[in-house]
Design a protein around this ligand. Structure first.
Ligand SMILES: *Cc1c(COP(=O)(O)O)cnc(C)c1O
Length: 438
């Protein structure tokens, strides 16, 4: 206790006492005795989000159809109001963000819309030119590849040749230099579509550098920010990013399947949406029900159908909390938590453990990949001991200390639980195979 640098639980308590965001934990449903480290898959429920969804339920019951205008906020502009609030979180200008659809649907509509802009789309349309390629990476979240392949195929473009997959050298990270090398090697790159943070290792990619490289090569730059929005501060407009997508149920804490978000740089607000729908119509005339399609003049044009209000409303309350905390402070605490976690893994766990996340905080998102050959059984044993983490094959236990509700003592307790499990071989009592949702 006398040594201020002592590695013990009291040290974690001191860090919590000095944490300016400590009070935000009370705004969330944090089950007693549980160490929840899965906020990068599904953020915990803020009471304010429960309240905002209950409000819409009440309005549905009391106002029925009148809710589109008479609810507060009115349902007709609900998504637009949230879009204005999300713009500063991603460094977008007014009109560049839309709260709409799901992440995967947004990948479809944006990649499809931008492919349609490129020479050589659809395949064979430009006898002088080749069809465009989409540059992705080997470690992407699978849905991104599924959607991009489908959009290529729909334009007669063979994904075998035109999905250009940048390889990882270490199975954990992707080097910007390797993205640049791919762009140097091929002259058909039309879109570079990368994640901001890799879902498994937690590497934060250099968005600005990759966007600049894409533009240098004459390609567009798109990003999947599902693992960074709400925990990493972004400057999408400043970096010249052409488009981006993200979900609202990870660090935005808006609940399972909550309505997702997208960003499109203002220079592209004349692009025709690939998945056109009446909710992307110009608002002033939407209800005139014209046969002619006049898309909204901003990113709102990438909305498709009626926003699912019950899945959109929780974002309102969740943003109240995040706005009050401020994403800059959230990012600072996130880095402090992951630094602390990495130090404890190094100091307190046996050599069989490795940290798969970059140690440079500027290259790290909000979670840490703790690697162990028995990762699956370990994550099961941890769950039974009140530590909620998830496992990603082949050997990664993802540990996410989400800054709005995770304390430094939680991080300490998690590492101590891991240490005790492996010390006693308790994880060997579990089955080795995976399956189901983790
Ligand atoms: C979570 C996540 C998604 C999820 O997409 P949904 O359409 O919401 O299922 C997509 N991409 C990445 C990178 C993610 O982390």
């Amino acid at each position: 206790m006398d040594d201020p640098d002592a590695v013990d639980r009291a040290d974690a308590e001191r860090r919590d006492a000095a944490d300016p965001l400590a009070g935000f934990r009370d705004r969330f449903a944090t089950p007693d005795g549980e160490r929840y480290m899965d906020g990068n898959s599904l953020g915990l429920a803020p009471a304010a989000a429960e309240a905002s969804v209950e409000r819409v339920v009440d309005e549905w019951r009391d106002l029925a159809i009148r809710g589109w205008e008479a609810a507060d906020p009115d349902w007709f502009s609900y998504a637009e109001q949230l879009s204005d609030r999300l713009a500063p979180l991603v460094g977008a200008r007014e009109g560049e963000v839309a709260v709409a659809n799901s992440t995967t649907v947004n990948v479809h509509t944006l990649v499809g819309s931008f492919l349609d802009q490129l020479p050589g789309t659809p395949a064979g349309s430009d006898p002088a030119g080749e069809a465009p390629a989409v540059v992705v990476n080997e470690l992407d979240f699978p849905t991104d590849h599924y959607a991009v392949r489908a959009q290529l195929r729909q334009r007669g473009i063979d994904p075998e040749g035109k999905l250009a997959v940048v390889e990882s050298r270490d199975g954990r990270t992707v080097r910007a230099a390797d993205v640049e090398a791919t762009l140097d090697e091929r002259d058909d790159a039309g879109i570079v579509f990368m994640p901001s943070v890799l879902y498994r290792s937690g590497q934060l990619l250099d968005v600005e550098r990759i966007a600049a490289a894409a533009h240098e090569a004459g390609a567009l730059a798109g990003f999947d920010c599902a693992h960074s929005v709400g925990v990493v501060d972004h400057d999408l407009h400043g970096a010249g990013v052409d488009f981006a997508v993200w979900c609202s149920y990870k660090y935005l804490n808006a609940g399972p399947g909550a309505t997702a978000g997208l960003y499109v740089h203002e220079r592209h607000h004349d692009v025709t949406p690939a998945l056109a729908g009446w909710w992307g119509h110009e608002k002033a005339t939407q209800f005139e029900m014209r046969g002619e399609y006049t898309p909204a003049a901003d990113a709102g044009r990438w909305q498709v159908g009626t926003p699912p209000l019950l899945s959109t409303a929780p974002l309102s309350g969740a943003l109240d909390v995040l706005e009050e905390a401020g994403v800059d402070r959230v990012r600072r605490k996130s880095v402090a938590l992951t630094d602390y976690l990495i130090d404890l893994v190094d100091e307190r766990l046996p050599d069989a453990f490795a940290v798969g996340t970059p140690r440079d905080p500027d290259r790290r998102g909000g979670h840490v990949a703790v690697e162990h050959p028995d990762g699956y059984r370990l994550s099961e044993a941890l769950r039974d001991r009140g530590v909620v983490v998830d496992f990603r094959p082949p050997n990664v236990v993802r540990v996410c200390p989400s800054p709005l509700y995770t304390r430094f003592v939680d991080v300490w307790d998690v590492v101590e639980t891991v240490r005790k499990v492996v010390e006693t071989d308790a994880h060997l009592d579990y089955e080795t195979r995976g399956g189901g949702v983790t």
